[in-house]
Ligand binder design. Structure first.
Ligand code: FO1
Length: 319
């Protein structure tokens, strides 16, 4: 079965890890959010791509869930001493090596897709790790304190300024890559990982061609909720939903995917939400153990999603 996963941040990386354990690399594509990407000290940094890369290659810092384990920060200490802008972003020495390589290859004219493929093979990651777009599409945060780039709001200001609106203007002008489109159209199962829907998934859905490709994709399209017991395991999801007046329930999240998704998965502890979400349209709703703190639990969820998709294939049932 060919699988495509839309992933952003830590939830996306763990979901990718689960599928990487059980799907042959040639059948697995991980499509990654690029809305968090930014330049620091002249270097092009892609936090979500790197979190997925480091997680799949086993070098991720497990305490933070991003960056490289046991990394040092000697270069950053010099940059901070020199008051280089952006010193608040903790870039480790090993991590900086990757940013140096990526930035120089991009300057030579290589696409982000090509550079990511080179890097992932050298890190021993053989599934397709695909940036959602080769164009820059930074997510902008219109906060009570002014217009901020995503990492300024998230890391520098610790996600505390109230968010009035998220800006996806650049994403709307950009296009998904041909590789992303092809992988969605070829997939038997498309999974929206339990990533933050507003900060990780929506920035991808806003890229030109993404919603069309998802609507045309013939495979089963399943979104996994990032909420467990009404809370997000990591990150500022519930606060953000309340800032945006977007509602903070599984039904609200399911509604934002309802133009293309076939199914929505809630945590097994939230099975009372199955009926609430089912009432709102053609979505099929299932409850599964969605907490994925480690590789075995991520693999278990991936297996349950594959079983869910193959049952649907054998029965031909859509909803
Ligand atoms: N997150 C933080 O909370 N503080 C940091 O200083 C930080 C640095 C950083 C550097 C490289 C990288 O790939 C990720 C980094 N992150 C940091 C995480 C990053 O902000 C988030 O993973 C996402 O962008 C949200 O998905």
């Amino acid at each position: 079965m060919k699988v495509a996963v839309l992933a952003g941040g830590v939830g996306g990386a763990r979901m990718a890890l689960g599928f990487a354990e059980i799907v042959p690399p040639g059948d697995l594509s991980i499509i990654v959010n690029v809305g968090d990407d930014d330049r620091f000290h002249g270097l092009y940094v892609c936090p979500d791509l790197d979190t997925v890369l480091y997680t799949l290659s086993g070098v991720v810092d497990r305490t933070q869930s991003w960056g490289v384990a046991d990394d040092s920060t000697r270069a950053l200490e010099v940059l901070r001493k020199l008051d280089s802008p952006g010193g608040w972003m903790k870039l480790g020495d090993a991590d900086l090596g990757l940013h140096l390589y990526r930035t120089s290859r991009l300057a030579q004219g290589a696409s982000l897709t090509a550079v990511t493929e080179e890097v992932s093979h050298r890190f021993g990651v053989h599934c397709a790790l695909l940036p959602a777009s080769d164009e820059e599409c930074p997510t902008m945060v219109e906060a009570a304190t002014g217009l901020l780039r995503f990492q300024e709001w998230f890391v520098r200001d610790r996600a505390s300024p109230t968010v009035k609106q998220l800006g996806f203007q650049a994403a709307r002008k950009a296009r998904i890559t041909d590789r992303v489109r092809a992988s969605l159209l070829a997939a038997d199962l498309v999974v929206l990982a339990p990533s933050n829907p507003y900060l990780s998934i929506l920035p991808m859905l806003e890229i030109g061609g993404m919603r069309d490709a998802l609507q045309q994709a013939p495979g089963l399209k399943v979104a996994v909720s990032p909420l467990i017991g009404g809370r997000a395991i990591k990150g500022p999801l519930v606060k953000l939903m309340s800032d945006l007046g977007a509602g903070s329930s599984n039904s609200d999240i399911a509604a934002s995917y309802s133009d293309f998704a076939d199914a929505f998965v809630v945590d097994e502890g939230d099975s009372r939400d199955v009926a609430n979400v089912s009432h709102q349209g053609a979505l099929r709703v299932a409850a599964m153990p969605t907490l994925i703190p480690d590789a075995p639990r991520a693999e278990e969820l991936a297996r349950r999603l594959l079983d869910f998709a193959s049952t649907r294939r054998t029965t031909g049932a859509a909803g």
